[in-house]
Design a protein around this ligand. Sequence first.
Ligand code: NOJ
Length: 565
Amino acid sequence: MHSIGGQVSDTTAQPKSATKDAPSKPNWWRQAAVYQIYPRSFADHNGDGLGDIKGITARVPYLKELGVDAVWLSPFYPSELADGGYDVADYRDVDPRLGSLADFDEMVSALHASGIKLIVDIVPNHTSDQHEWFQEALQSPPGSAARDRYVFRDGIGPDGSQPPTDWQSVFGGPAWHQVPDGQWYLHLFAPEQPDLNWDNKDVHEDFIKTLRFWSNRGVDGFRIDVAHALTKDLSEPLPTWEELRHLMHENLPLDGTHPFWDRDEVHEIYAEWRKVFNEYDPPRTAVAEAWVPRPRRPRYASAEGLGQAFNFDLLEAAWDASEFREVIDDNLTLSSESGASSTWVLSNHDVVRHVTRYGLPQDPDTKNGKSWLMTDGKEPKLDRELGERRARAAVLLLLALPGSTYMYQGEELGLHEVGDLPEEAMQDPSYFRNKGVEKGRDGCRVPLPWTPDGASFGFGSNGAHLPQPGWFADVAVAVQENDPASTLWLYRRALEARHKLQSGEALEWVDNGNAEVLHFARPDGWQCVTNFSAQPVPLPPGEVVLASVPVDDEIPADATVWLKV
Ligand code: NOJ
């Protein structure tokens, strides 16, 4: 149940005890705390500066102590790293720089032995240009079967020297690239990421093979990259970029008629995949990365489809009670429509870390941190402590909500974005293709600090593939482990308490007469109160289970308290 405007409604048919299920039960994912690992920046076992699979395995005890239910692994497949691994050259192998399939199996066993599930990233919209299919397509003539697995077209103009359309790619620059024989291929992202043709049956069969390959190796679920792309309608006449440019995310048409985003046919693919997921016991899970208008989200999350969809609304929201309240209400309503549980996300590998976002002015043009990044972290002035304080409050709020919380590696350390990476260190295509407009996503992908000293703050025995700033020494895992007031301790305590407190997926708002304070109740007497204001507010009755900062009879500004009532 959750109540909107005082009315109590059912959000799910889940029995009340469902979330006390042991993790091996089919519903383990419904209220899971999922920790995202960006493998090349987590832990480097072989000292080559790139994080690897053995590095993750060695840190399973850390993950266990943190108390997460599952790990989501960003791509670890062979890749030329044109887009941080989201350019996959072989979907059924491990990048040799990250290890081997044997290392992968060992990691799965170690995670499972610690009661942690594993979700892997699947990138079905595009391959790498190094993928054997694309190499074959380049060697094959126009009209060949090999070219049909991708989206090749003749150019326009008298000699075909103009791209088929004037569309722009997501990372900037034209969305078509010309090959030596004159044809053009579509890449919605970087040129090294040619789009697959989902009208081709080889593509369908190959992804099913991939899903079974990893499921058979013990993978518990999948995160589906740009799940709202894949199917395309490129029949003539094609719209111009002027007609399409504003049709993104929330502004996409609600009838599925965009030529390449969020077309209705994409759900036929997920229905096919669902049959594969259900071959397993427990069924494999999936979560969609689908940047679509809110009313279109439930279909991705339905039990006949992927089963869950990301809600990115908090990546775009300011630190503001009414914005949070609206996002929570909307998403509980959407999850009641799909039957899935909701997801909650503050950070991932694509956005400025929320600790930093919350330390910047919460105005529309500064709150996402992009303008701050463009000045190498100089303007507007970042209030680091305020950001850390709000982030601690935010995560307690999120972890008290019904549904799954997805956390991004390093947020448990209260890690800020690295805002001043030098030009020569940059790796992200969105930086290179949008010079002067975007600083890119490298600042949230800097390898983690494990120790206050050492070649790469304990990340590995050598350097790190992105430079780590000196202030990483103060926030390293080993430093925080010795400090019960640290953010790491807060996360550990919160995850432990959440396991004990969580039962049914119900939420009921408690009216407290202050619009800047969000107060809600969960089943069995668990309550969460967040004070978004700059003034302390009275502490409601109940036993304090956990608080983001020390509390007495008041909740200080920018703080969250969990109560048992
Ligand atoms: C979404 C991923 O999260 C992002 O990192 C990647 O660049 C694009 N999809 C393209 O695969």
